[in-house]
Design a protein around this ligand. Structure first.
Ligand code: DAH
Length: 360
């Protein structure tokens, strides 16, 4: 094919393409034109490209240049046609509001069910750090085979003191050290009603007695809950706080078991390298008795008391101290929680200031 014929064909194709794209009234028209001219298999551009091969060698550069120019021209016409169509279609249909919100809000005073709620109401609540700690401790002790026992917060003196070997003369029983309840039946001496003194439990050791009274050995339980003492609130005291009580009774239970369980417990809760230290102490319901210290990061901290269940206590619940032995411990839940989270004032936990609580 000679150059002049080829160039004439290019021009004719350009005109036809421009014409088709300019008169396209819909996206379908544009697409049909695109296929006719730029279609990869049978488009007219494709066959013009093939035609290039039959041009004399000397004329090839000129023919190639014109072919490229035609391609660009048709590409540009295609984009222009698409743009034009897009604009027209938007202009043809009335503009939709971006969301329903805009149209409702446009009516003054109308209730707008689609409005965003005020930010404050979107804030998610938090589980209280003490509740989080209780859940964590229950899970850890559960893995060590301890099940959870519960007892009442209003107790009698038998479970809070006597069965625990705390004699009537013991200073811990002083009414000033406890929240005794003024019960109506006790005051009126009503016949048929119990007039035994009741108090808010001062320790979760009460649950040890309640468990052993109802379940024969072996036992392996923990109990977590509130205890009450008339202390003045300061950075380390609060008139209500929580304890975790542990009790394991079986044949051949020893102090070594106690220390292992406490160490595993502390390592799981704090993570990493925790050490346990026992200091000799005295509790009426354990013999021997110890204070439990734990070291984590910097320095030792006192966690609570522990020991081997006193044979008197085992007898008072009907266990045979010649058959079984047991250990018990009672730790402060606030203490472990405060230590882990670096809280230095127990009152923060009960002020219910959301700015404090939402950090946990
Ligand atoms: N009940 C004790 C207290 O509140 C703590 C305690 C000490 C619990 C020794 C125990 C124990 O089970 O064996 O101070």
């Amino acid at each position: 094919m000679d150059l002049a014929t080829y160039l004439a064909e290019l021009d004719a194709t350009a005109a036809a393409a421009e014409n088709a794209l300019e008169s396209a009234a819909s996206a379908d028209d544009v697409e049909a034109a695109r296929i006719e001219f730029l279609g990869a298999k049978a488009g007219r551009i494709k066959s013009l490209q093939k035609g290039l091969g039959q041009i004399d060698k000397a004329d090839k550069p000129e023919a190639g240049k014109r072919f490229q120019a035609l391609k660009s021209q048709i590409d540009a016409a295609l984009s222009a046609a698409k743009d034009k169509l897009g604009d027209n279609q938007q202009a043809a249909s009335p503009k939709k509001p971006k969301s329903q919100k805009e149209s409702v809000a446009a009516v003054p005073g109308a209730f707008d069910p689609t409005a965003d709620p005020p930010e404050a109401r979107m804030r998610l609540g938090h589980i209280h750090p003490i509740t989080q700690t209780i859940t964590a401790l229950q899970e850890i002790m559960g893995r060590l085979g301890f099940s959870v026992a519960e007892g009442p917060e209003v107790e009698d003196e038998w479970h809070n003191f006597e069965a625990l070997n705390i004699a009537a003369s013991h200073p811990a029983r002083d009414p000033l050290e406890n929240f005794y309840l003024h019960t109506a039946s006790a005051a009126a001496g009503q016949p048929g009603k119990s007039d035994k003194p009741l108090l808010l439990r001062s320790q979760t050791s009460t649950v040890q007695i309640r468990v052993m009274e109802t379940v024969p050995p072996p036992v392996r339980v923990i109990s977590l809950g509130r205890v009450y003492r008339p202390d003045t609130a300061d950075a380390t005291h609060y008139p209500m706080f929580h304890q975790i009580e542990g009790l394991m009774v079986d044949r051949g239970v020893t102090m070594a078991d106690l220390k292992s369980v406490l160490r595993l417990f502390a390592m799981s809760y704090f993570g990493g390298d925790v050490h346990i230290r026992f200091r000799p102490s005295f509790f009426p319901f354990t013999e021997p008795s110890v204070e439990v210290d734990m070291s984590w990061k910097d320095g030792w901290m006192e966690m609570g008391g522990a020991g081997m269940v006193d044979p008197h206590v085992l007898k008072s619940v009907g266990y045979d101290p010649d058959e079984v032995t047991g250990f018990a411990f009672g730790l402060g839940v606030e203490r472990v929680c405060m230590r882990r989270h670096g809280i230095d004032d127990i009152r923060e936990l009960y002020r219910n200031d959301v700015r404090f609580l939402e950090q946990f």
